[in-house]
Ligand binder design. Structure first.
Ligand SMILES: *[C@@H]1O[C@H](CO)[C@@H](O)[C@H](O)[C@H]1NC(C)=O
Ligand SMILES: *[C@@H]1O[C@H](CO)[C@@H](O)[C@H](O)[C@H]1NC(C)=O
Ligand SMILES: *[C@@H]1O[C@H](CO)[C@@H](O)[C@H](O)[C@H]1NC(C)=O
Ligand SMILES: *[C@@H]1O[C@H](CO)[C@@H](O)[C@H](O)[C@H]1NC(C)=O
Ligand SMILES: *[C@@H]1O[C@H](CO)[C@@H](O)[C@H](O)[C@H]1NC(C)=O
Ligand SMILES: *[C@@H]1O[C@H](CO)[C@@H](O)[C@H](O)[C@H]1NC(C)=O
Ligand SMILES: *[C@@H]1O[C@H](CO)[C@@H](O)[C@H](O)[C@H]1NC(C)=O
Ligand SMILES: *[C@@H]1O[C@H](CO)[C@@H](O)[C@H](O)[C@H]1NC(C)=O
Ligand SMILES: *[C@@H]1O[C@H](CO)[C@@H](O)[C@H](O)[C@H]1NC(C)=O
Length: 605
C-alpha cells in the first residue's frame, strides 16, 4: 500500500515544516559580529558572569514594563561585562523571550569564548562586551545593511522622495510621540507605486533628541544603498530602520500616510544635469553626447595614445553606473587629448593605501564599501550593461573615490568588448599593469572576464592588508602579495595579515570573509574563479557557504615573501610562471581577431 504511506509522509513533512516556521527564529538570523577584544576560557569568572548577565537581560527585557529592552552590567574589572538586548517593537513578550534565548545560544556558538559579540535577528538583537558601550548612544559601529535588489517600476527618484517622507515621518513619531521609541507606518501610494511599510526603532532609554539624531543618520544613509529598491534595512545597536512593500511587522500600522502633494512635481523625472558649459567649443557630436574641448577641471588619460583614448570615450559614452566614472566630455585634437570626468575629490584608492595617515581614515566600513562598490561596477560592466566589457586594467590607481568615498572604476583605455559565449579571447599584445595581470594572460595572452576577477582579487587583498603590490619587490610583485596572504591563511593565521591601521574594532569574520573571497578570485585556474555575480552575492549573503580556495596563482611552495626592505625575490621569472601554469591548466582559446575599436563597431544593436 504505497499510496497512504506517501500521503502520511507528506503530511508529516508538512507538519514538521509548519512547526519549524512558527517556532524557529533560526532563519531570522541576520548577522553576527565577533569582537576583537580578546577571548576567555570556559568556566572562568568571565564565563560565569556572562551567563548571569545574559539570563538577567532576557528576564528584564521580557518584563512588560521594559518594552522588550534591557541593558545592564555585571561583575567587576577585569571581568566586568556590559550587555544590551532589544526586541522589535511589534513582537509580543513570548516571541521576544524566544528570540532572545535563541540569540543567547547562537551568539556563543558563532563567537565562541569571545569577550565581545553582537548578533542581529529579524526581531531582536543582543550585544555584550568587556568594554563599556552602554555609556554612549553611538550607532555608527556594527551596522548591518541589507536590501532587496529588485527595483520599483516607475520613477526611482520619485519613489526615493516618497520613501524619505515615509521614514522621516515615522522617525519623528518614534522619537517624539512614542515612549517605546518605536514607529511603524504604511504609506499609501495608490496608483503610482505599491504601498510601502516602514519601521524604525531606538532603544527606549534614549532621549527624544538622541533618538531623532540616530534615526536621521540612518535615513541619511538610505540613498546610498536603497535608491529605487523595493526593500531595505539598516540594523544598529542603538537604532534601526526597515522598509518593505509587504506588511512585515505584526499588528496595525501606527501611522497611515499619503505623500503630501508638493512632494511630487519637483522630483518627477528631472533631466540629468548637463555638464557645465564654460565657453567650450563645440567640437564633435556623437550619438547625442556632446563632446567638448575646453579647459575643464580634471583630466586624466593624457599619457594615453590616441587609440586608447578613442576606445575609452566610445566605451564610456555608453555606460552609466554609480560605480563607474562619469565621462562629461572629451577632446581629441592634435595637441589636446583629454577626457573630462566628473570631479572626484578624494583621488584614487592607491593614494589612500600608500599614505599611512590617509589609510587610517579608511576604517572597515569604508573599505568594505569600496570592495563592494568595485564589485558592483564590475558586475555592471560584465553582465548588466548593454555592451559587455572586460576592463583589462583594474588596479588601485584606477579606482577613484567620490566625496562619500564611494569607488568609481575609471580608465577604460584598454577595455574590450566581449561576446558572451566566447569566454576567452587571444590578443597579440598583453595589456594591463604588471602585478594585476592574471597568469593566463601572461602565459598565452588570453583574456576573459575572469582576468578582471583576478585583478579584483588583488585589489581586495591590497585593501585588506593595507599593502600595495609595489611594497613587494621582485619581478612578480603580485606573486609576493598573494604568497604573503596565502601562507598565513593556510596556516590559520589569516588575522596577522590584516592591516593594523584598521584598529581593533572591526568585524573580524567580515574581514576574513572578504579575504576568502579574494583568494577565490586569484586562483590559478580561471574557471575556478567566481564570476562577478557570485562575488557580489558572496559579499552580500553571509549565510552562503564559500568553497575552499585552491592554491592561488603564482604561489610557490617554499618561496619567501619579500618586503620593501629586502629578501631575495622569489622565482617568478616568466618562464617559471609559464611552466607552472601549463602544468595546471590547459586553456582552450578561440582565436579571435580584435579589430581596432571603432565607432561603428560599437553602435547599439
Ligand atoms: C565547565 O564546567 C562544566 C560543568 O561544571 C563541566 O561539565 C565542563 O567540563 C567544564 N569545562 C571545562 C573546560 O572545564
Ligand atoms: C539584572 O541586573 C540589574 C543590574 O545589575 C538588576 O538591577 C536587576 O534586578 C537584575 N534583574 C534580574 C531580573 O535579575
Ligand atoms: C517587572 O518590573 C517591575 C518594575 O521594575 C517589577 O516591579 C516587577 O516585579 C517585574 N515583574 C517581573 C515578573 O519580574
Ligand atoms: C506572539 O507572537 C507569535 C509570533 O507572531 C505568535 O505566534 C504567538 O501566538 C503570539 N503569542 C501571543 C500570546 O499573542
Ligand atoms: C506627536 O506629538 C506632537 C507634539 O509633541 C503632536 O503635535 C503630534 O500631533 C503628535 N503626532 C502624532 C502622530 O501623534
Ligand atoms: C524630518 O524632516 C524634517 C524636515 O526636513 C527635519 O527637520 C527632521 O529633522 C527630520 N527628522 C528625521 C528624524 O530625520
Ligand atoms: C573626501 O572628500 C570630501 C569632500 O572633499 C572630504 O570632506 C572628505 O574629508 C574626504 N575624505 C577623506 C577620507 O579624505
Ligand atoms: C627558477 O625557475 C626556473 C624554471 O622552472 C628554473 O630553471 C630555475 O632554476 C629557477 N631558479 C631558481 C633560483 O630556483
Ligand atoms: C589599427 O591598429 C593597427 C595596429 O594595431 C594600426 O596599424 C592601424 O593603423 C589601426 N587602424 C586604425 C583605423 O586605427
Amino acid at each position: 500500500m504505497k499510496f497512504p504511506d506517501l500521503t502520511l509522509a507528506l503530511l508529516s513533512a508538512l507538519l514538521i515544516f509548519l512547526r519549524s516556521t512558527t517556532a524557529d527564529v533560526g532563519n531570522l538570523l541576520q548577522h553576527a559580529y565577533c569582537g576583537s577584544t580578546g577571548t576567555f576560557t570556559a568556566n572562568s569568572t568571565y564565563d560565569l558572569n556572562l551567563q548571569t548577565l545574559l539570563t538577567n537581560l532576557t528576564t528584564s527585557a521580557t518584563n512588560s514594563s521594559n518594552f522588550g529592552f534591557a541593558k545592564s552590567s555585571f561583575g567587576s574589572i577585569p571581568n566586568e561585562i556590559f550587555g544590551l538586548v532589544l526586541c522589535r517593537g511589534d513582537v509580543n513578550s513570548s516571541f521576544c523571550s524566544f528570540c532572545l534565548s535563541q540569540a543567547t545560544q547562537q551568539i556563543q556558538n558563532l563567537c565562541p569564548y569571545y569577550k565581545e559579540a553582537t548578533i542581529y535577528y529579524e526581531v531582536c538583537l543582543l550585544r555584550f562586551s568587556n568594554q563599556d558601550f552602554l555609556s554612549t548612544t553611538d550607532n555608527s559601529e556594527l551596522q548591518y545593511i541589507k536590501w532587496n535588489n529588485r527595483k520599483v517600476t516607475g520613477s526611482q527618484t520619485l519613489f526615493d522622495s516618497y520613501l524619505n517622507y515615509l521614514m522621516n515621518t515615522t522617525a519623528d513619531y518614534a522619537a517624539f510621540n512614542s515612549s517605546k521609541k518605536f514607529g511603524a507606518a504604511q504609506l499609501n501610494l495608490y496608483n503610482a507605486f505599491h504601498e510601502t511599510y516602514g519601521l524604525v526603532q531606538c532603544t527606549p532609554d534614549m532621549s527624544s533628541l538622541d533618538c531623532a539624531y540616530c534615526l536621521k543618520n540612518l535615513i541619511g544613509e538610505m540613498p546610498k544603498y536603497f535608491s529605487g529598491k523595493i526593500g531595505g534595512r539598516i540594523l544598529g545597536v542603538r537604532c534601526n530602520m526597515r522598509y518593505e512593500q509587504n506588511l512585515f511587522y505584526s499588528g496595525v500600522s501606527l501611522l497611515s500616510l499619503t505623500p503630501p502633494a508638493e512632494n511630487a512635481p519637483a522630483l518627477a523625472l528631472a533631466p540629468a544635469p548637463a555638464p557645465a558649459h564654460q565657453g567650450p567649443e563645440l567640437h564633435q557630436k556623437m550619438q547625442g553626447t556632446i563632446i567638448l574641448c575646453s579647459n575643464q577641471r580634471l583630466s586624466i588619460g593624457s599619457g594615453q595614445g590616441i587609440s586608447e583614448l578613442k576606445n575609452e570615450v566610445i566605451i564610456l559614452a555608453k555606460l552609466r553606473h554609480k560605480n563607474l566614472v562619469n565621462l562629461l566630455g572629451f577632446c581629441l585634437e592634435e595637441n589636446e587629448k583629454m577626457l573630462v570626468y566628473e570631479l572626484l575629490p578624494n583621488n584614487s584608492l592607491d593614494k589612500f593605501l600608500s599614505d599611512p595617515q590617509k589609510s587610517e581614515q579608511l576604517d572597515w566600513r569604508k573599505r568594505y564599501q569600496i570592495i563592494e562598490g568595485i564589485a558592483r561596477g564590475l558586475l555592471y560592466l560584465h553582465e548588466e550593461s548593454q555592451i559587455k566589457i572586460i576592463h583589462r586594467d583594474l588596479k588601485t590607481s584606477n579606482i577613484l573615490l567620490d566625496e562619500n568615498m564611494l569607488p568609481k572604476i575609471s580608465d577604460f583605455g584598454f577595455a574590450k568588448l566581449f561576446v558572451l559565449d566566447k569566454s576567452c579571447t587571444t590578443t597579440s599584445r598583453i595589456v594591463g599593469t604588471n602585478g594585476y595581470i592574471a597568469p593566463e594572460c601572461l602565459m598565452s595572452g588570453s583574456v576573459s572576464a575572469k582576468s578582471d576577477i583576478f585583478s579584483y582579487g588583488i585589489i581586495v587583498l591590497e585593501i585588506l592588508t593595507g599593502r600595495s603590490i609595489t611594497d613587494f619587490h621582485g619581478s612578480g610583485s603580485a606573486p609576493n602579495l598573494i604568497s604573503f596572504v596565502w601562507k598565513k591563511w593556510s596556516n590559520g593565521r589569516a588575522v596577522r595579515v590584516i592591516d593594523r591601521r584598521l584598529g581593533d574594532t572591526y568585524p573580524i569574520n567580515e574581514v576574513l570573509r572578504c579575504m576568502h573571497i579574494a583568494l577565490l578570485c586569484v586562483q590559478t585556474d580561471p574557471s575556478k574563479r567566481p564570476d562577478v555575480a557570485s562575488v557580489v552575492l558572496m559579499l552580500s549573503s553571509y549565510s552562503m557557504d564559500l568553497p575552499r580556495p585552491s592554491n592561488p596563482a603564482f604561489f610557490m611552495e617554499g618561496s619567501t615573501t619579500t618586503t620593501t626592505n629586502g629578501g631575495a625575490p622569489t622565482n617568478t621569472s616568466a618562464d617559471a610562471l609559464r611552466e607552472q601554469y601549463h602544468k595546471q591548466n590547459k586553456m582552450r582559446c578561440k582565436e579571435l581577431s580584435i579589430n581596432n575599436v571603432t565607432i561603428t563597431e560599437m553602435d547599439p544593436r
